[in-house]
Design a protein around this ligand. Structure first.
Ligand code: ADP
Length: 395
């Protein structure tokens, strides 16, 4: 194993991260605003290079990245064949359960349902195609956000719809953020000194989802066939009666696509607060007495706590609750409010540890708490690198 490159292509951005054979981070970067005033931010050691870049598409973004990877000051390789594998983040893997090498068949399958993750999959696929063209001899591996959840039992992933909707149209819960849930579950096992703990992992970021992890495996998760289901999020509704959609379309002249835009991009914390999707901003306004900001935060915490209760039932026995991602890692007040509902399952928080916990792996539960409460910063890129390396090592 030589070096491992991780690529995460979005609609107008491309993130990259290179690791050495021991998974030590060597460099990382992002090309943003591809297509218009593009900008590159590249990091190596503690130095940062920031510059404008004439990058019109992902092909050019990859070319620019490769140039930098070879740079004597900013790079880490002399030849492309020093890269043993490229790991690509792919948001929706559908029924593909395993991380695997890119193939024509796999890409064809992914394309067939890219409308289910329209913000991510088309761009993930473009990234894979361009990366394969630019580095034809380097193995390319797809790591799906959905893969970790393929262990869910049928009773968890089926919807209460006619069975043939599942058979014929593959309508089911797939779940997302799997790479993050898997990473924090592994770190939690290490922190607890238990090989296969039962966990409720809470990825609370701009997109938010919870997973019930039984003996190391996902047995239920809050996002669904698409990331719209589950808890309320930065701009997504989370669980909503589907009849609301019919009502607004039939009685209030909404266009279906427009309504889904609103449900994905203008709802959640942003929609309720009317101010921002960012908890930092909303908390600031709530402190100054903004009622709708207070309501948005209350709704968010209440919904997360309800899912934790549900997953405690799903698991039967819980070793720890894990908080991760932007809100989970950084907001002591949101963690405190969520945990304030959880006395019933034996959670007791150490308020001082909670207050100080931001940004590093910490046990924030009080002595005497029935289950542990952990803050674990996520590291999806490291997890993708590990998974991709495991695929080529197994070849
Ligand atoms: P993404 O899903 O885009 O990766 P992140 O996990 O980075 O999202 O989470 C971003 C969100 O985390 C922000 O929108 C904000 O609500 C929240 N956040 C980040 N830092 C803090 C903080 N210090 N306090 C409260 N919330 C924070």
């Amino acid at each position: 194993m030589k070096k491992i490159l991780v690529l995460n292509c979005g609609s107008s951005s491309m993130k990259y991260h290179m690791f050495d054979k021991d998974f030590k981070s060597l460099l990382s970067g992002i090309v943003e605003r591809i297509g218009e005033k593009a900008q590159l931010v590249h990091r190596r050691d503690s130095e940062t290079l920031k510059k404008k870049a004439d990058v019109k598409n992902h092909k050019q973004a990859i070319a620019l990245m490769l140039e930098l990877l070879h740079d004597p000051v900013w790079g880490a390789i002399r030849r492309v064949d020093e890269i043993s594998v490229v790991g690509h983040r792919v948001v929706h893997g559908g029924q593909l359960s395993k991380t695997g090498l890119v193939s024509g068949a796999a890409l064809g399958y992914l394309k067939s349902f890219e409308m289910l993750a329209p913000l991510h999959n088309p761009h993930n696929i473009t990234g894979i195609i361009e990366s394969k063209k630019a580095m034809p001899r380097v193995p390319q591996v797809m790591v799906f956000d959905t893969a970790f959840h393929q262990t869910m039992p049928r009773k968890a992933y089926m919807y209460g719809l006619p069975y043939h909707f599942f058979d014929k149209y593959a309508v089911r819960k797939y779940g997302f953020h799997g790479t993050s849930h898997k990473y924090v579950a592994m770190r939690a096992a290490w922190m607890l000194g238990k090989r296969k703990p039962n966990l409720i992992t809470c990825h609370l970021g701009a997109g938010s989802s919870l997973t019930a992890v039984k003996e190391g495996k996902s047995v239920d998760t809050s996002m669904g066939m698409t990331p719209l289901e589950g808890v309320m999020m930065g701009t997504r509704t989370g669980d909503t009666d589907p009849a609301v959609v019919q009502y607004l379309v039939k009685n209030h002249g909404f266009d279906l696509d427009e309504l889904f835009q609103v449900m994905n991009h203008k709802s959640g914390l942003l929609g309720v607060s009317g101010v921002s999707k960012d908890v930092r901003v909303i908390e600031g306004k709530a402190k100054k007495g903004d009622e709708r900001c207070r309501l948005a935060l209350e709704m968010y915490c209440y919904r997360v706590a309800k899912y934790i209760g549900a997953y405690a039932v799903a698991l039967g026995d819980v070793d720890a609750i894990v908080f991760t991602a932007g809100i989970g890692e950084n907001s002591a007040s949101m963690r405190r409010e969520i945990c304030s509902y959880l006395g019933i399952i034996g959670v007791r928080l150490d308020l001082r540890k909670n207050q100080k916990a931001s940004g590093k792996e910490t046990d924030i539960s009080a002595r005497g708490s029935k289950l542990r409460v952990l803050v674990i910063p996520t590291n999806e890129e490291l997890m993708i690198a590990r998974e991709a390396a495991a695929v080529v090592e197994g070849l």
